[in-house]
Ligand binder design. Structure first.
Ligand code: ATP
Ligand code: MG
Length: 759
């Protein structure tokens, strides 16, 4: 057969080409962001197919997300110039393992139609076991046990294999309960997420014939984002590649960002040991970003120790410097980014015009998305949230909104159903059925139904007391709406606290719980832009209505974690403030592990940008209606000055508290804060890096500025309100101000929601 043309090879540089053409034996491609690792991996698949080395179903390729898998398939098809009839083994570890496990379920005592439990089911099952074992679930929460078991599964430890060093886990009962849990899952013919890999690894380890069959079948193995594999995934790969050793892994140690989920960057370092004679290819040319963006990213990542170290270069000289801007607060940051996006669409920033599809906002914590979603809705800027639910779709937000809906409208039965037993009030299915039946029999809504049921004594025990409390609370909260002494914000906080909803998440020990609490705070913050709960609820229903995808261009909003492997011409990186990014947890930790992972995340963020990268921070963030002063992120200090352009923030901040001045002072002289910089990790790092000494504790940090101080204002003062803009105070009455707004006209506003324009 005549050799087929290989035009796709012409698009590669010599190092990439070497990695693509070295089809046999182990290959490790270790290179920085944007150097074309994924491109080379894709070309390698094409080359395998094109040279007839393997058929599509004989290639095993692992990607990090389903989205990445889909994209790779499309690209392979394009490069081949024909649609490939399926690549069944191109997908995430989990997707591939589901397929394998269905084929061999009986080898681990399952049937092939096993169900995959979601987290809720998993927790419910664990709770049953905990109760059956007479363990106090309040002291030893099921979620904690779930976390431990997950960790063990990530390390490929079946109950028998959990090392004795772990024996003290979960009050010394961890291993025993893990064993019971696995047995129960088998009885139910079910698996949890972690089992998918664990079972397949177990099958391979205990059934040589099955392993041998797949070792032969998968002629070539390819793995993207190798730096984020955990031990179980690593073992799985090593087993499958054990025969022919035709395995090609690509990764970047500087982009390892899943350590918190059990990923082991050490897997990269072990590769050459496990596969002696591996060809190691390093790529140094970056094809994605301009020189300024690359240099900025390089400047930040240099702060990490123990890197493999790579130099990157690009032909894309010139271009925009990385833009840095400080804002008064988070809302202002969102407003500015919204305006900037619109200006960049219009091409009025001295750059080419960009489409909304070209732009992405990458946040550290998902609660940051709220401000952008709200703002974009207000100005009618289409957006999509990638890799997770939109803010208002999140479980805890929907729960909280259900409470608010009931307060405003007691007849909202759907809302009642949602929260009647959330948090748990001992009102299970039976009790709920009784409420439903009573309501229907009497032709009333569920709250009234519950009231009748209680009067008739149709419900007894612990549940009755709790139901009574709920009904009474709802009545009381309802009466408070529109009450002059209680703002809708205070009411919202009251509802979340008194219903026990906030406490439910405070007592929750899962890794997601802190994020959910943050989201709840963020929800209350969102209320500040509205005059009452009703208006807010309408706003949210509009957002939810805005969901359908019309195929038009949209700005992408996602977390930095979800942005891995992606690229955008224009990237916004908001919220670069200590405590937010790097996260408070990483700064509190002793040792540098957490902080270094955050720094890698910063590197991932900057390197997503092709042409324009804008980093921003806010001087203040509002938490429950109070201002908390923020320090710009320490990572901002690590940006090389010559590659950064400091933008002047909009008018308000020109004088007095000048955010621009703050940016300057941040870059030139690090403001210090005793609380933060006393952490041992930070001191060690400072000492090592020989950076300028940290001095002058900055008192502003974490200090709550109470804008309730009405006495600050006198009639005639010029003030600024988030929603109404500038205006002059015409009268002061208690904590309410009459303000004649320049654009919005005269309004009565609460003092704590305006700021003096002198600030
Ligand atoms: P990351 O580490 O972020 O995952 P990566 O190393 O996988 O990055 P790719 O996404 O494969 O990098 O490539 C980055 C960009 O550079 C893509 O737009 C790709 O098409 C382009 N590119 C890669 N190699 C070349 C090349 N040899 N010539 C021209 N463009 C290239
Ligand atoms: Mg990639």
């Amino acid at each position: 057969m005549a050799a087929r043309p290989t035009p796709y090879l012409d698009d590669l540089n010599p190092a990439q080409r070497e990695a693509v053409e070295a089809l046999d034996g182990p290959v490790l491609m270790l290179a920085g962001a944007g150097t074309g690792k994924t491109k080379a991996l894709t070309s390698r698949i094409v080359h395998l197919l094109n040279t007839g080395r393997a058929r599509p179903n004989e290639i095993l390729s692992v990607t990090f997300t389903n989205k990445a898998a889909k994209e790779m398939k499309t690209r392979v098809g394009k490069m081949l110039g024909q649609s490939i009839e399926g690549m069944p083994w191109l997908g995430t570890f989990h997707a591939i393992c589901v397929k394998l496990l269905r084929r061999h379920a009986e080898l681990v005592d399952l049937k092939s139609n096993f169900t995959i439990l979601d987290t809720d089911d998993q927790i419910r099952l664990l709770k049953q076991l905990i109760n059956a074992n007479n363990i106090d679930e309040k002291r030893w929460p099921a979620r904690q046990l779930a976390g431990i078991i997950d960790h063990w599964k990530n390390r490929a430890w079946t109950p028998e294999k959990v090392p004795s060093a772990e024996a003290s886990a979960y009050n010394n009962r961890g291993t025993e309960l893990y064993d019971q849990y696995q047995a129960r899952l088998r009885e139910l013919n079910a698996v949890d997420f972690g089992d998918l890999l664990l079972h397949v690894v177990t099958i391979f380890q205990t059934h040589e014939d099955v392993l041998a069959q797949y070792q032969r079948w998968f002629k070539y193995i390819l793995v993207d984002e190798y730096q984020d594999t955990n031990v179980a995934q690593y073992l799985w790969l090593r087993l499958l590649a054990g025969g022919h050793k035709n395995i090609c892994c690509v990764g970047d140690d500087d982009q390892s960002i899943y350590g918190w989920r059990g990923a082991e960057v050490g897997n990269i370092l072990r590769f050459e040991k496990d596969f002696p004679g591996a060809k190691v290819v390093r790529l140094e040319q970056n094809y994605r970003s301009t020189e300024h963006i690359l240099a900025a990213a390089g400047g930040v990542i240099r702060g990490n120790e123990g890197r493999l170290g790579k130099e990157l270069w690009t032909e894309a000289t010139g271009g925009e410097k990385v833009r840095l801007i400080g804002h008064w607060d988070g809302e202002e940051e969102a407003r500015w980014i919204g305006e900037e996006i619109e200006a960049m669409q219009g091409g009025t920033r001295g750059m080419r015009a960009f489409s909304a599809d070209d732009m992405a906002i990458l946040v550290r914590a998902s609660h940051q998305m709220r401000a952008f979603e709200d703002r974009f809705l207000t100005i009618g800027l289409p957006y999509r949230v990638i890799g997770g639910p939109r803010f208002y779709e999140r479980m805890e937000i929907r729960d909280a909104m259900a409470y608010f809906r009931l307060v405003v409208s007691p007849a909202d039965d759907l809302a009642f159903e949602r929260i009647v037993n959330t948090p748990k009030r001992g009102l299970g299915d039976k009790a709920q059925q009784k409420i439903q039946m009573t309501a229907r029999a009497n032709g009333v809504n569920l709250i009234e139904g519950a009231r009748i049921l209680l009067t008739e004594g149709g419900i007894t025990g612990k549940g009755a007391g709790q139901l009574r409390a709920l009904v009474e609370n709802l009545d009381r909260w309802g009466k408070m709406t529109g009450h002059a002494d209680v703002s809708h914000i205070e009411l919202a906080e009251m509802v979340l606290d008194e219903s026990g909803y906030t406490a439910m998440w405070q007592n929750d020990k899962t890794p997601e719980a802190p994020g959910r609490l943050e989201n709840l705070k963020e929800l209350v913050k969102a209320l500040e832009n509205f005059d009452n709960l009703q208006g807010f609820l309408e706003h949210v229903s509009l957002i939810m209505d805005n969901e359908t995808d019309d195929g038009g261009a949209k700005v992408s909003i996602m977390t930095l974690h979800a942005a891995k492997g992606l690229e955008f011409p224009v990237v916004f990186l908001p919220g670069w403030e200590d405590g937010l990014f790097p996260s408070q947890r990483s700064m509190d930790e002793s040792g540098l592990k957490g902080l270094e992972e955050e720094r890698r995340l910063a590197y991932v963020g900057i390197t997503r940008a092709e042409e324009v990268c804008t980093i921003s921070f806010a001087g203040n963030r509002r938490v429950f209606g109070q201002w908390q002063s923020q320090l710009p992120s320490r990572f901002i200090d690590e940006l090389p000055e010559e590659h950064v352009e400091v933008l002047t923030p909009p008018g308000l901040y020109g004088g007095g508290f000048g955010a621009a001045a703050q940016v300057e002072s941040t870059i030139h002289q690090r403001a210090a804060d005793a609380n933060v910089y006393n952490s041992p990790g930070w001191k060690r790092m400072q000492a090592r890096a020989g950076q300028r000494p940290v001095s002058q504790p900055r008192e502003a940090r974490n200090q709550v500025i109470d804008l309730d101080a009405v006495s600050r204002y006198t009639v005639g003062d010029r003030v600024f309100h988030q929603k109404f803009g500038y205006g002059a105070i015409t009268a002061i009455e208690g904590d309410k101000l009459d303000v004649d707004f320049e654009k919005a006209g005269p309004k009565k506003v609460v003092a704590k929601f305006v700021m003096s324009s002198e600030d």
